[in-house]
Design a protein around this ligand. Structure first.
Ligand SMILES: [Fe+2]
Length: 296
């Protein structure tokens, strides 16, 4: 394979099912009156940027496909089924119909294995793709006319320490980049996690009633702003260095490794990221952030 492939964009693309619910796409059974506009308009700006780029595949690392032994990769060409959010079945009952770039998934799997990581191709044709993968992909590219590569969250190394877990995810990201370059593909990478993750314990009667939506712990807000500032200043080495503390103090979903994977894949950007939006969903901090290596 010729070494012509590249990552054309990396995105922090959080997956609250509320954002899909609020858009009322035909795939989702639940109907809403809107809500969470700031984040949804951020995704719109991201989509406009990506529409100007040529790419063939989306590679997504999702916190909600949890695997305990090894990093798993979707390994079946087509999936079609119903995805129901286990916490919010009233909001997200989504009929998905998606294609997988199995050849690229196998290449990433092999590259990670040769770097010493434990890996596995997921070959069950009846597998129910997790809602994190579906939601991030839908919000970034709702046309679903490009195949995806789905990567699980093998976060068991974080039980040892955040530092060790993060090192594992960075190695996976670096392997992902090498595989993309060798494959000849032009890829957009999606890290599906949110930032701070303290959330409400009771849902409002009307879920999209924005009178209830806010961050409810100032320390969480300050941490989110600190991370976003580092992204905007192109200080991603420092971001990765500080992430173990961030994860600890904000019960962050970054503990599932998606953002660290992305930083490894992008080789720790030293150029400014574009923060398209920040907002809360049930109190958790979510940001839509784009790294554009070509513009850099
Ligand atoms: Fe989540």
């Amino acid at each position: 394979m010729a070494q012509t492939g590249k990552i054309v964009a990396g995105v922090l693309a959080p997956h609250p099912p509320h954002l899909v619910y609020a858009e009322n796409p035909p795939q989702n059974e639940a109907r809403s009156e809107g809500g969470w506009e700031e984040l949804r308009w951020g995704y719109e700006r991201l989509r406009r940027n990506l529409a100007r780029k040529e790419y063939e595949v989306l590679i997504v690392h999702s916190p909600h496909w949890k695997t305990v032994v090894g990093h798993h990769f979707l390994g079946v060409r087509h999936f079609k089924s119903l995805s129901v959010d286990p916490v919010f079945p009233n909001l997200f009952r989504y009929h998905f119909d998606l294609d997988v770039d199995v050849e690229l998934a196998e290449a990433v799997c092999a590259e990670a294995e040769s770097a010493g990581l434990v890996t596995k191709m997921m070959r069950n044709p009846d597998f129910r793709v997790d809602y994190g993968t579906i939601t991030s992909c839908h919000l970034v590219h709702p046309a679903w006319d490009k195949p995806i590569v789905g990567i699980s969250s093998n976060s068991d190394f974080y039980y040892f320490s955040n530092e060790v877990g993060q090192a594992q995810m960075i190695a996976l990201g670096e392997a992902t980049r090498r595989a993309v370059e060798k494959s000849g593909r032009r890829a957009v990478l999606l890290a599906s996690n949110s930032l701070s993750h303290r959330h409400f314990t009771e849902e409002p009667e009307v879920p999209e009633d924005m009178a209830h939506e806010h961050i409810y712990h100032h320390g969480q807000y300050l941490w989110d702003m600190r991370l976003l500032q580092l992204m905007k200043e192109g200080k991603c080495r420092q971001l990765v260095d500080e992430m173990p503390d961030f994860i600890e103090q904000t019960v962050s979903e970054a503990r599932e490794g998606s953002l660290s994977w992305l930083m490894g894949a992008l080789a720790f950007p030293d150029y400014p990221a574009e923060v398209h939006a920040y907002g809360t969903v049930i109190g958790t901090g979510n940001a839509v952030v784009e790294w554009d290596p070509e513009r850099a």
